[in-house]
Design a protein around this ligand. Sequence first.
Ligand code: GDP
Length: 140
Amino acid sequence: MGTERTLSIVKPDGVRNGVVGEVIRRFEGAGISIAAIRMIHLAKKEAEGFYAVHRGRPFFASLTDFMSSGPIVVMVLEGDDVIARNRKIMGATDPAKADKGTIRADFAGSIEQNIVHGSDAPETAATEIRYFFSELEIVS
Ligand code: GDP
């Protein structure tokens, strides 16, 4: 696989519930590096832009309301096979189906308010990283 980058977000529920540090601890504990990090409060339109692929889904309005409901922490993670490894650490979208010991199984309240986002493929990772960070803001 080699070294990859992926976009990680601690969603508004993660910030509200005070698990930012715990999420970062799990990444660092797995040998994953943080190559960029910033806190931001998305406007509704910015949340809609980020989740544009989900426009038309029944949960789009609710999801983008949620994602703009409070500050989030956006991060670029870097490491070997980090896209898949981050998805594994996060657990399944629905916390009820997430493996024990994953972030979502341990902290998420619902399929929508599920604490973290992580890119699912190299192409989406590149697009999502560009949505939040310029190349100058990412260290290697
Ligand atoms: P992810 O890659 O695991 O984040 O999942 P998806 O890309 O399929 O969905 C994006 C986000 O939309 C999820 O993380 C949830 O916050 C939300 N979501 C996904 N499926 C549902 C659903 O069936 N209902 C609701 N309310 N939200 C959902």
